[in-house]
Design a protein around this ligand. Structure first.
Ligand code: C2E
Ligand code: CA
Ligand code: CA
Ligand code: CA
Length: 279
């Protein structure tokens, strides 16, 4: 239906079964996405393994494109980074997530935390501590309730500048997490020089914990090492009861994943919270 032919901006690639668009076309559409209110956040709960309760959530970006549908972030964030659009988009994510958290705080859930993903490109191009201070003040959310999820690639560049910004963020009082741990090249001991509070163990490790001994022992040692460095651990992509059992046995602090809940629009998250859902 979307076939405009090869001379147009988009065509249906029958071999691959996908709609192919010119990059310029997507870029143009992404430019307007913010102004046209096409971006939205979904929220995935994080559950504390000690209490079985939801203690916080992660905000995950979605692009609702007219006539195309919901576009996952992996399909447009790289483009947003290349074009610099990640700066206004990232600010919108931070403001929207904090405003939503403020509403939940005011409506019966005063201790919930909100985690926001920050790409390296975004972090390095703006003054993150200034933006965070401003957004916290505007939303009235306490700094302790905001968590920033950072990538290993950020910690591999501009070390002095990054350490300085991270230290300022710690002074403000926000929690700093390392996303997708284990997929990069850094060891936990390399991370000692950064003020990281939480290690999020990548889902590729969690997938393996019940299938092979190497996966199990790697995950065990990540949890043990993180603890020895006084970092807490969150397992990502937990999908099965078996994985949950393993993480409980090995004293992981918290989980996130389809086993408990997929990322949800704010209304559905609200329902889950009011239902008192627990593990
Ligand atoms: P991430 O930060 O590692 O987020 C976790 C991803 O795993 C999410 O994909 C989530 O939907 C998915 N997931 C959660 N539980 C499970 C599970 O049990 N099984 C499986 N198979 N997947 C699970 P999503 O939402 O498509 O996001 C993909 C990536 O896009 C994120 O990975 C993050 O790197 C990036 N991203 C999302 N929102 C933002 C944002 O606001 N800003 C930036 N810079 N990046 C974002
Ligand atoms: Ca994340
Ligand atoms: Ca992750
Ligand atoms: Ca990821």
């Amino acid at each position: 239906a979307k076939d405009k032919g090869r001379n147009g901006y988009q065509f249906y690639n029958h071999k691959m079964g996908v709609l192919v668009e010119e990059r310029a076309e997507i870029e143009h559409a992404l430019h307007q996405a913010l102004a046209h209110h096409e971006l939205e956040l979904h929220y995935q709960p994080k559950v504390d393994l000690g209490s079985g309760k939801i203690y916080g959530m992660e905000a995950l970006l979605r692009w609702r494109r007219p006539e195309i549908g919901l576009v996952p972030p992996d399909r447009f964030i790289p483009l947003a980074e290349d074009t610099g659009l990640i700066i206004p988009i990232g600010e919108w994510v931070l403001r929207t997530a904090c405003a939503q958290l403020g509403a939940w705080h005011a409506n019966g859930f005063p201790h919930l935390t909100m985690a926001v993903n920050v790409s390296a490109r975004q972090f390095l191009q703006i003054n993150m501590p200034d933006l965070v201070r401003e957004v916290l003040a505007d939303s009235g959310v306490p700094a302790e309730c905001l968590e920033l999820e950072l990538t290993e690639s950020l910690l591999m560049q501009n070390r002095d500048l990054v350490v300085q910004s991270l230290e300022q963020l710690k002074e403000i009082g926000v929690t700093l997490s390392l996303d997708d741990f284990g997929t990069g090249y850094s060891s936990l001991s390399y991370l000692k020089q950064f003020p990281i509070d939480v290690v999020k163990i990548d889902q590729s490790f969690i997938r393996d914990v019940t299938d092979n001994v190497d996966g199990a022992s790697l995950t065990k040692s990540i949890i043990a090492m993180a603890k020895s460095l006084h970092m807490t651990t969150v397992a990502e992509g937990v999908e099965t009861e078996g994985q949950l059992g393993f993480l409980n046995t090995n004293l992981c602090d918290a989980i996130q994943g389809y086993y408990f809940s997929r990322p949800l629009p704010s209304g559905e998250m609200d329902t889950l919270l009011h239902a008192g859902a627990r593990l």
